[in-house]
Design a protein around this ligand. Structure first.
Ligand code: NI
Length: 161
């Protein structure tokens, strides 16, 4: 399971809703959980492994892996917070990104059970980042122009090295 990196158009496409949470989806979720090494990253979305389905995994150290299928962010706080973000699809670079500090998400888990959570802190952050992947949006898109070009230049340089 290779991670798709920046430059691949797949990362810019909108993922499709999952029609049915069947064995294939359960297998996909398990594969993603195995693929996501929490030392390497804390979230992984379908498009990042070339699967254009609305699914992502969150695995924060000290917590269990969590599966979000067909997620929707139903509420975001007005209060925003800055966190440093990185992405397995843009390895080697990180930047401060401002996003709502508290969110409410509704999704289905790998057992086909709907759930709703209010997330804050790092959990709120990773959910918003992964949700963006399902929409074809990357964290660099959320940076001011100058900061973005600088970061991308750095990334290109790292890639050539
Ligand atoms: Ni990412």
């Amino acid at each position: 399971m290779d991670i798709v990196t920046l430059g691949n158009e797949i990362l810019r496409q909108k993922a499709d809703p999952i029609e049915e949470i069947n064995d294939e989806i359960v297998q996909l979720a398990n594969d993603m959980i195995v693929r996501l090494d929490p030392k390497e990253g804390i979230g992984l979305a379908g498009p990042q492994i070339g699967v254009m389905k609305r699914i992502f995994i969150v695995h924060i150290e000290g917590d269990e892996p969590r599966v979000f299928i067909n997620p929707s962010i139903i509420n975001t706080s007005e209060d925003e917070i800055i966190y440093e973000e990185g992405c397995l699809s843009i390895p080697g670079v990180w930047a401060d990104v401002k996003r709502p500090s508290v969110i409410q998400v509704q999704a289905w888990n790998e057992k086909g059970k709907p759930f709703r959570v209010e997330a804050k802190g790092i959990m709120a952050r990773v959910i918003q980042h992964e949700y963006d992947h399902l929409e074809g949006v990357l964290f660099v898109d959320r940076l001011p122009e100058v900061k973005r070009s600088r970061l991308l230049a750095k990334y290109e340089k790292l890639k050539r090295a």
